[in-house]
Design a protein around this ligand. Sequence first.
Ligand code: NAP
Length: 256
Amino acid sequence: MDLKQRLGILGAGRLGEAIARTWLARTGDRPLVWSRSGPRRRNETRGAAWVTNWSGTLEAESLVIAIPGRPLLDLVEGSSQARQFKGNVFSAAAALSRTSLRRVFPQATIVCFSPFLIDGVNSIPMLLLRPNDLSLAQWLQAKTELQNLGDFDVIEDEKVFEQIALLGASWPTVVLAAVQTAANVGVARLQDENARRIGRRIFFRAINALLSQGTCHEVATPGGITERGLSSLPLVVNLFENVFQQMQAHAAELRV
Ligand SMILES: NC(=O)c1ccc[n+]([C@@H]2O[C@H](COP(=O)([O-])OP(=O)(O)OC[C@H]3O[C@@H](n4cnc5c(N)ncnc54)[C@H](OP(=O)(O)O)[C@@H]3O)[C@@H](O)[C@H]2O)c1
C-alpha cells in the first residue's frame, strides 16, 4: 500500500490554512504542512500533519507554495532535496516567476496558480497558468490534482495571468476602500451621528442592490441627478487607471 501523502504545503497563513482545510475536507487526505512559526492551534489546520523542517513537505507527491516569493527562494535555493523533487510544485506566490521556480525545482512539474479565497465556501476557485513546457500528460495530471481544491480557469500567457490575478483579491480590496471613501464623502456634511449611520446604511444597501442587478443605468433618468454625476465619471476612470497601473508596477518590482 502506498502511504505517501498527496499534498505538502509550505506556509500556514491565510492561504496555507485555507488550502489545508479545503484539501482535507474534499479529499479526506491529511496534507503535510510546514510553517516557520510551527503548528497552529487554530481549527483550520487541526487535521493536518505538521512537519518540523520545510523539506519534510517534499515527502508528498505535490507541493503547494503558500509563502511569499523571496522567503521561498531564501529557504529552498541550493537545496539538493528541492533539486531532486520530481512531483508537482503548485505556486501561489504572486511574486515568484516560473524561471526562479524552475531554477530551484528543476525536475518538478511547475504550475503557477492564483487562488481566490471566499469565506464559508468549501472550495477555492483558481486561475491556472498553463506552461508551454509541460507534456500533455504532466499538465493533465497536475490539473487533476488541483481540481481537488475547486474549479479553475486556465490562462497560457504569463503576463496576462499576472494581470488577471490582480483582479481576484488585490484590486477588489482597493475598490472597496474607494467605495467606503465614497460613503464617507456622502455623509461628511451630516452633523448628527445617527443620520450619518443611516446614510451609510442606505448607501451600502443601494450599492448591494446595484451590484446584484449588475448595472446602474436603470436609475439614471436622462437629465436627472444621477445622469449629472455619471457625466463626471471620466475623472474617476483616469484615477482608477492610475491606481491599477501603480499596482501592476509594484507587482513587477516584487517579481523574483
Ligand atoms: N491570501 C490570499 O487570498 C492569496 C491569494 C493569492 C496569492 N496569495 C499568496 O500566498 C502567499 C501567502 O499569502 P497569505 O495570504 O497566506 O499570507 P499570510 O497570511 O501573511 O501568511 C504568510 C505565510 O508566509 C510565511 N512567511 C512569511 N515570511 C516568511 C519567511 N521569511 N520565511 C518563512 N515563512 C514566511 C508565514 O509564516 P508565519 O506564519 O510563520 O509568519 C505564513 O505562513 C503570498 O505569496 C501571497 O501573494 C495569497
